[in-house]
Design a protein around this ligand. Structure first.
Ligand SMILES: *Cc1c(COP(=O)(O)O)cnc(C)c1O
Length: 487
């Protein structure tokens, strides 16, 4: 279903013969001279097949297209696990200052001391928040951080002459966990969760042996539940000589409240674009710094930023750790996102960060309670910063699926929650409201869900009704991309 022709038709389809954005005077190079300059067989006799449009046609087309996207700046965006936080505009402005955007990483170190100081401080702050002192800013996203940390773990075990082959993870793990482990050369073993959606200690115990390298765990887990047994789990790993990897995608729930290093983690990644407000989505730039225990510091990718004090003051430099697994990204990583994270941390400070997590958890629990009679939450009594509801009840009673609800929400001006992940919840709807949303917005979202569940399934199967494109075939839309226009 197509609505706004100006926005959704291609420029080629909007073309009208003879329309022009600019009209140039006739060419004053005599035709004869032209033929002398270029052989005639290389001269075209026809205009190139470009769309013919006025400048306002083109501007209107692109401006209208830009409004079809939903974004954190325009809509409530409760996309679970992705932490779609508001990106403070002051930080955008600071990060666009000429002294920052005009810096080049090949500049002499002496001329970029300010940038290096900021990155050094960021390393320190990330180490402190993690409770894990050694930090590399290089990885470009969370998944990249996972892989980098696992390479460090592999190098560490290799150094110790240990042949450890297995990486374990719970069934609710994000798909990047086993993918990273496989790329880093490990064998992946998935554990069954308990009926409550937590790590099953018996399952874990059965798998632990001298071949266990790493246990990867997200805490709070992807069901939005804090794994209270984590100190015990960590101890079990350490008892067999293995390491604990904390997937830090859910740090928004625990900032300043507890630290991965304090509950037994040996390595973790941050998603700066999630927790620390880097603008993200549609594969835009991210940053996935990792923090590790001191005995893993020598394996981190280089360079890391170092500080030396002398009588002339502090000097910042770049250093490659002695047993480094090597570079994983050019220069210091995605500095644009790292600096936004730095600004965010400096703006909030320790007390502000703690308030962020408290508010995020409060918002999620408020929304969870409001929706509970409509969309039951199979796991847990309370949630952390997100919850996973199930649309199994409306599906069985009325034929309304999680997908129907998600699609219809777009008509109400709400971005949809994450659906069908984690796989352990049937008809999963993973809702993460984030801390900056008001009670009024949360109430409006709950009201929209209530209204949608009162609509007929036939009507909902065709939703969304107000968007330019309604419901593409999910598989075809992902697999058969039409990337070029042919007349
Ligand atoms: C987002 C996410 C990741 C992957 O992070 P990217 O930055 O997208 O690579 C890993 N684990 C969990 C739980 C996540 O939510």
């Amino acid at each position: 279903m197509m609505r706004n022709r100006q926005a959704t038709n291609l420029l080629f389809e909007l073309s009208e013969p003879g329309r022009r954005a600019a009209i140039y005077p006739a060419c004053d190079v005599p035709h004869r001279t032209m033929n002398e300059l270029l052989p005639s067989h290389q001269l075209t006799t026809q205009s190139p097949p470009l769309p013919e449009l006025t400048e306002p046609d083109v501007i209107r087309h692109f401006t209208n297209l830009s409004t079809l996207n939903m974004s954190v700046d325009t809509h409530f965006y409760p996309l679970g696990s992705c932490t779609m936080k508001y990106n403070p505009k002051r930080h955008e402005r600071l990060c666009s200052l000429p002294g920052i955007v005009d810096l080049h990483p090949y500049q002499d170190e002496a001329s970029q001391q300010g940038m290096l100081a900021a990155l050094y401080e960021l390393q320190q702050m990330l180490g402190e928040i993690a409770g894990l002192p050694a930090v590399s800013l290089q990885p470009a996203a969370g998944a990249h951080g996972e892989m980098t940390a696992l390479l460090c773990a592999a190098a560490y075990f290799h150094d110790r002459g240990e042949k450890r082959t297995k990486v374990l993870f719970p069934a609710s793990a994000h798909g990047t966990n086993p993918a990273s482990a496989a790329i880093a050369g490990f064998e992946c073993i998935q554990l069954k969760d308990t009926p409550n959606g937590l790590v099953n200690l018996d399952e874990l115990k059965a798998q632990l042996d001298e071949n266990t390298a790493v246990f990867m765990i997200t805490n709070p887990n992807t069901l939005g539940i804090f794994e209270r047994d984590i100190p015990k789990i960590s101890q079990m790993l350490h008892d067999v000589g293995g390491l604990v990897y904390i997937d830090g995608a859910n740090m928004n729930a625990i900032l300043g409240i507890t630290r991965p290093g304090d509950f037994g983690g040996d390595m973790m990644h941050y998603n700066v674009h999630k927790t620390f407000t880097g603008p993200h989505g549609s594969g835009g730039p991210g940053a996935g710094p990792i923090a590790v225990r001191d005995f893993l510091a020598d394996y981190l990718p280089g360079p890391v930023v170092t500080k030396t004090e002398s009588s002339e003051g502090a000097r910042y430099g770049l250093n490659t750790p002695p047993k480094s697994v090597g570079r994983v990204r050019s220069h210091f990583g995605n500095v644009g996102i790292l600096l936004r994270g730095y600004c965010y941390l400096r703006t909030l400070g320790a007390a502000g960060l703690k308030a962020v997590s408290e508010q995020a958890v409060l918002n999620a629990n408020y929304l969870r309670e409001k929706l509970l009679d409509l969309l039951p939450v199979p796991h847990g009594e309370r949630c952390m910063h997100e919850f996973v509801a199930s649309a199994e009840k409306p599906k069985n009673e009325k034929g309304i699926s999680a997908l129907d609800i998600a699609k219809r929400l777009l008509d109400f001006g709400f971005y949809a929650p994450t659906v069908y992940f984690p796989l352990v919840v049937p008809e999963a709807m993973m809702v993460e409201p984030t801390e900056t949303e008001s009670k009024a917005t949360l109430d409006a979202f709950a009201d929209a869900i209530r209204e949608i569940l009162g609509e007929s399934s036939e009507f909902l199967h065709d939703a969304p009704h107000a968007t330019p494109v309604s419901r593409p075939n999910e598989v075809q839309a992902g697999r058969q991309l039409v990337l070029s226009w042919k007349p």
